[in-house]
Design a protein around this ligand. Structure first.
Ligand SMILES: Cc1cc2nc3c(=O)[nH]c(=O)nc-3n(C[C@H](O)[C@H](O)[C@H](O)COP(=O)(O)OP(=O)(O)OC[C@H]3O[C@@H](n4cnc5c(N)ncnc54)[C@H](O)[C@@H]3O)c2cc1C
Length: 477
């Protein structure tokens, strides 16, 4: 499916697609069909020769976007969000995605995902702010469940800590949202945005670049070896990134030897907007509040019995927890005690092998590696996507500044500055996730005692909690 384009546009370059999209945004008199026809008339070779020449003259936004070409590979949550962030800055992009997306109609909005069948993401306060900035939060929030408090404890130990929104003087620590809802809303927004040309069912197979442009070759079911060129290419194509591999950018990998079992459960006690982090000998576990089918739990009169579970087990043990509801529920009950009440129902679950994959380099010439392609983290602290969103926000702002200055949007030095600018935040989050995962699974009794003392100290020391809370909410890097 190619949104906003006819079948032949896949053969056109991103220049044409971006121009078509931006002209339909800024020149409302021209019907889209005509724009597409004009677009198809230009062939790829001609287009790739028309790379914008940097000038020092300031430009109006409509001049600037019509000359700038951004290509995004990978339409997961990061690629879709990045395209929307760019569009919010007035920058057109072409987004390629390997999977063929379902047709989404705005009328489907009221339709909910299956009651117990979904994965979920804890969105930090900063991520919520970013979606507010691009005008998407109003659409998203009907399926978002606030986190008002976080309880942290370890199975079989005395240490425990609690963060509350009242103590930290915040509206909430973040919001939990079903991936299906987030994905659907992002996709709909992309499909409706005239500045974004979406080419799905398109798999990238080759990447090349010259000092003036970056190019890809991609295949669809109907046509092989099609090409696109752009001033800048942003690869959001996931942990096993094709673009990163084709560029021979190495990774630093670490296998945690664990799998995350993710699903939705129902408890007999309402969640009261409390997130529970529990450390067990098997690994870290989290139970997060979710919106409810009968009421979203955001209103005091609505209960909210649905919770999202991230359960971590040793690699090789996952199948039993996927197949056997009773075993899964009993295991959760044992690990959490009565903190969440009684676990009474479990939905379908998925298993994710846990590895940390860090790209050794996130910028190569005119190409940026972003999202899980740049850093795939352990999900324990709910930081991975939130970190990606901060990267995406910073890059979109830097590209917009470059456009407004009349500069080259793919300027390698500017992109390197982006890479450097993001290092502190990225390193802090990576260290934090590792400290939590490795620190809390270490079996040595002395280490166990130390972490329980640390948890108690964390709960009592007045200055530590606000700092950690601020970092966890993504409000400080
Ligand atoms: C169990 C679990 C729970 C998590 N919970 C949280 C949480 O609560 N909070 C949080 O912040 N983070 C969380 N994360 C992390 C978060 O899910 C990821 O950071 C995020 O999904 C990364 O998105 P992405 O778009 O970069 O990658 P992906 O979702 O992997 O998307 C990559 C896209 O690229 C496409 N693609 C791949 N190859 C090609 C190609 N050759 N050509 C074209 N397209 C291609 C793929 O089809 C895919 O659509 C969790 C992760 C896991 C595993």
């Amino acid at each position: 499916m190619k949104s906003k384009t006819s079948t032949t546009i896949a053969k056109a370059s991103s220049t044409q697609a971006a121009t078509a999209a931006s002209s339909s945004a800024y020149n409302q008199q021209q019907p889209k069909a005509q724009t597409e026809q004009a677009t198809q008339a230009v062939n790829t070779t001609q287009a790739s020769q028309t790379v914008a020449t940097p000038t020092t003259e300031p430009k109006t936004i409509s001049q600037a976007v019509s000359e700038q070409k951004v290509l995004i590979v990978g339409g997961g949550h990061v690629g879709l969000s990045f395209a929307l962030l760019l569009a919010n800055e007035g920058i057109a992009s072409t987004l390629l995605e390997k999977n063929t997306y379902p047709k989404i109609s705005p009328k489907d909005d009221a339709q909910r995902t299956h009651y117990l069948d979904s994965r979920n993401t804890a969105l930090s306060r900063r991520t919520v702010q970013i979606y507010q900035e691009i005008g998407l939060w109003d659409e998203l929030q009907s399926h978002a469940c606030r986190i008002d408090a976080v309880q942290i404890s370890e199975q079989g130990s005395f240490g425990k800590a609690q963060l509350t929104k009242e103590e930290e003087n915040v509206e909430s620590f973040g919001q939990v949202m079903e991936n299906a809802w987030l994905g659907r809303k992002l996709l709909l927004a992309v499909q409706q945005n005239p500045l974004i040309t979406l080419i799905d069912g398109a798999s990238v197979t080759e990447v090349t670049q010259t000092p003036a442009s970056a190019s890809i070759v991609y295949d669809t079911d109907s046509a092989k070896q099609q090409t696109l060129s752009a001033d800048v290419l942003v690869a959001c194509d996931g942990r096993d990134s094709t673009v990163r591999n084709l560029l021979n950018i190495g990774t630093k990998d670490y296998d945690y030897g664990q799998s995350a079992i993710v699903g939705v459960v129902q408890t007999d006690k309402p969640h009261e907007h409390i997130a529970i982090e529990r450390f067990s000998p098997a690994g870290p576990l989290a139970v997060l509040p979710l919106t409810d089918a009968d009421g979203d739990g955001n209103n005091p009169t609505q209960a909210g019995y649905r919770r999202s579970v991230v359960w971590v087990c040793k690699s090789g043990e996952e199948q039993q927890y996927l197949d056997d509801d009773d075993l899964f529920l009993a295991t959760l009950q044992k690990a959490f005690g009565q903190r969440a009440g009684r676990f009474i129902k479990a939905g379908r679950r998925g298993a994710y092998p846990l590895t940390r994959v860090l790209a050794k380099q996130q910028v190569d010439g005119r190409i940026v590696i972003m999202g899980n392609a740049a850093h795939t983290l352990h999900p324990v602290a709910g930081q991975g996507f939130n970190l990606c969103m901060r990267d995406a926000h910073v890059l979109a702002k830097m590209l917009a500044n470059q456009v407004h200055r009349g500069g080259d949007i793919g300027d390698a030095q500017m992109l390197k500055k982006y890479e450097q600018a993001r290092q502190t935040d990225q390193k802090r989050v990576i260290r934090f996730c590792d400290a939590v995962v490795l620190g809390f699974t270490h079996p040595n009794p002395a280490v166990k005692l130390a972490r329980n003392v640390a948890l108690l100290a964390f709960d009592k020391l007045p200055h530590v909690k606000p700092l950690v809370a601020t970092y966890a909410m993504g409000l400080k890097s």
